[in-house]
Design a protein around this ligand. Structure first.
Ligand code: ATP
Ligand code: MG
Length: 184
């Protein structure tokens, strides 16, 4: 349908965490991350990719999220870098989640339940909590970068799930917040 939007659910970064991470990755002496950077306003931790969605699916999803998101708010701590599919053939460079991974997984499961209730096909792929920082094409061997990169000492308070629209283009995707459902 012409009005369909490309949607996904994510934990958003608050401004303090975003600014702290932006300063951290660009601090003097920090190893350079190659590829096309995700601009800081777009930083997020994906919980459930939904893909093209109608207005009806969007509304059903919000109603289902209100029912399924019963979890208490929690904190996430970060590690260093990782890469998909793996560091020797990196195409996506991401910041690792250190603590709070189980709570993020629990939240992803609740998002999954809401998505299925709203009529989306079940997600078969396992959940890997991560914060994408750059896309690398063609792939590069970034094992040295991943091994040496220091841990980001910031913490993120996860207090809501954000529904984003993704507008993709040749120069990278742009994400717009459409809705936000609070945790307890
Ligand atoms: P581009 O695809 O142009 O490189 P992008 O991947 O950032 O940009 P989207 O493809 O719209 O933009 O994805 C939005 C978010 O959902 C990103 O965090 C992306 O990593 C994640 N995502 C996309 N497809 C999937 C998928 N099939 N399963 C899990 N997460 C996905
Ligand atoms: Mg993509």
């Amino acid at each position: 349908m012409g009005t369909d939007r490309r949607l996904f659910l994510a934990a958003a970064l608050d401004d303090d965490t975003r600014h702290a991470l932006a300063s951290f990755v660009s601090a003097p002496g920090m190893p350079w991350i190659p590829g096309r950077r995700v601009p800081p306003p777009g930083w997020h931790i994906t919980l459930r990719f939904l893909g093209r969605s109608s207005t009806l699916q969007h509304e059903l999803l919000l109603a289902a999220l209100e029912e399924e998101l019963t979890q208490a708010r929690f904190d996430v701590g970060f590690g260093g870098l990782g890469a998909f599919p793996y560091p020797k053939k990196a195409t996506v460079v991401w910041l690792a989640v250190d603590s709070g991974g189980n709570e993020l997984e629990e939240l992803a499961v609740a998002c999954e339940r809401a998505a299925v209730r709203a009529g989306y096909e079940p997600e078969e792929r396992p959940f890997h909590p991560h914060l994408s920082l750059a896309r690398v094409r063609p792939h590069q061997d970034l094992s040295a970068l991943v091994e040496q990169y220091p841990e980001f000492p910031g913490r993120l308070r996860v207090d809501s799930v954000v529904l984003y629209e993704s507008i993709t283009s040749n120069s990278g995707a742009r994400y717009t917040e459409l809705d936000r459902v609070a945790l307890r």
